[in-house]
Design a binder for this molecule. Structure first.
Ligand SMILES: Cc1cc2nc3c(=O)[nH]c(=O)nc-3n(C[C@H](O)[C@H](O)[C@H](O)COP(=O)(O)OP(=O)(O)OC[C@H]3O[C@@H](n4cnc5c(N)ncnc54)[C@H](O)[C@@H]3O)c2cc1C
Length: 375
């Protein structure tokens, strides 16, 4: 690169989902855009996640609205970028009366719009692979993409169909507009949006320190169900109702929290709740746990995996399911669900700090672009 002759309207740092969503939004507004990524391809949280674009359960208010908007954009963008939407919706199995009370409370809010509470008999008839429960919430808002395939397809489409320039293997070392200094030379741009994910040390460390971020490490696995099975939707369980703030912040969640603290203390100590989604080949992506620290933990615990699989078997009647792949991922976590800053004129920094970047990236991208443009 050395010094590019192109003067970009916008340079985006980071080719995770937040960076790609920002590049897409900027192209929608007719800007000339480049994305600069330190690695040869995206290998961070954006390809390690469930690809589960979740609306119901997101923090009530602004963040829930971000998720609604983002899901709508995914449904629009995915077919254009050649990304398969693997399944739609969410099935939340309630196995305790306290969990049913949370779902009923959710249904009475604006967050219950479009959702259905299904009784146990109907659930058993329609979804025989679910263990028995008392009630089942169906939310139609969610969709799922296979992230490890979707993220490369999205960047390929942005480059080859929408004319975004990509600079891979290129860490950005400093930003002093109109100059963006990288390990390979300089780019020129009017504006810059920094989407560093959980890399808090390379650019604006003092600004990012204000967010109070810790690193959250999650264990994930792929499970083969050993029988032909089509999950129509993602599946979650009682533990999710005290983790996802859209449910957990409702007063009705308190009795469920108290009960689960007694019955599933080991799961809660590892931050475990259950998400099960399905891939096109029929395998299931299952997780997850949440352990917090000052750095990503590279190690996966067998005990944590056993606890996740224990919850899996409580919820799904798939006794012969086998783990075929394991990985860890991490994201930047803080009290607030999103961190945005404008460290200097024309520059915006954005980090999803609530573990929901697949679900909220496109809406956040609009906010980051407005910040950089001073709109
Ligand atoms: C295991 C796991 C499961 C999850 N499940 C879900 C889910 O189902 N649904 C959901 O909504 N969210 C989920 N999340 C959260 C979601 O994946 C993240 O919020 C999201 O991927 C963050 O995207 P990002 O682009 O900010 O970060 P990243 O994907 O980490 O991308 C940041 C990129 O910036 C690059 N970068 C950083 N600094 C520089 C620099 N100086 N120069 C050049 N490049 C740089 C990095 O190399 C990286 O590629 C999950 C996360 C994990 C870890």
């Amino acid at each position: 690169m050395n010094e590019t002759t192109t003067h970009y309207d916008l340079v985006v740092v980071g080719a995770g989902i937040v960076g790609l969503a920002t590049a897409w939004t900027a192209r929608q507004r007719g800007l000339r855009v480049a994305v600069v990524e330190r690695n040869a391809k995206a290998i961070g949280a954006s390809v390690r996640n469930f690809g589960f674009i979740t609306v119901t359960g997101q923090r009530r208010g602004e963040h829930w609205q971000r998720a609604k908007d983002t899901a709508a954009i995914w449904r629009d963008v995915a077919p254009q970028a050649g990304i398969e939407v693997v399944h739609e919706g969410l099935l939340m199995l309630a196995q305790r009366p306290e969990a049913v009370a949370v779902l009923e409370a959710l249904m009475a809010t604006e967050m219950g719009e479009g959702c259905n509470l299904i009784n146990a008999k109907t659930a058993a008839r329609d979804w025989p692979w679910l263990q028995s429960g008392i009630a089942l919430l169906h939310s139609p808002h969610e969709c799922r993409v296979e992230s490890r395939d979707a993220i490369p397809r999205l960047s390929h489409w942005l480059e080859h169909s929408l004319g975004v320039d990509f600079f891979w293997n290129t860490p950005v070392l400093g930003i002093d507009l109109p100059h963006i200094t990288t390990s390979r030379g300089r780019l020129r741009a009017e504006r810059c949006v920094v989407c560093p994910g959980n890399d808090l040390n390379a650019l604006y460390p003092d600004v990012l320190a204000q967010a109070g971020i810790r690193q959250c490490t999650l264990q994930m696995m792929r499970v083969s169900p050993s029988q032909v099975l089509k999950l129509p939707s993602a599946v979650m369980s009682d533990l999710s109702l005290i983790r996802y703030e859209g449910y957990a912040d409702l007063p009705e969640a308190q009795p469920l929290k108290a009960r689960l603290q007694v019955e599933q203390a080991d799961h809660l100590a590892q931050g475990i709740h259950l998400i099960v989604v399905q891939s096109a080949d029929g395998s299931l992506v299952v997780g997850d746990s949440h352990v917090y620290g000052d750095a990503e933990s590279p190690f996966a615990s067998a005990q944590t995996e056993d606890l996740i699989m224990d919850e899996f078997h409580q919820v799904l009647n798939l006794p012969k399911a086998k783990v075929t792949e394991r990985w860890v991922g991490s994201y930047a976590s803080a009290q607030d669900v999103v961190f945005k800053a404008q460290p200097s004129a024309g520059v915006a920094v954005g980090v999803v700090t609530g573990g929901t970047g697949a679900s909220t990236s496109f809406a956040l991208a609009r906010e980051l672009l407005d910040l950089a443009l001073g709109a």
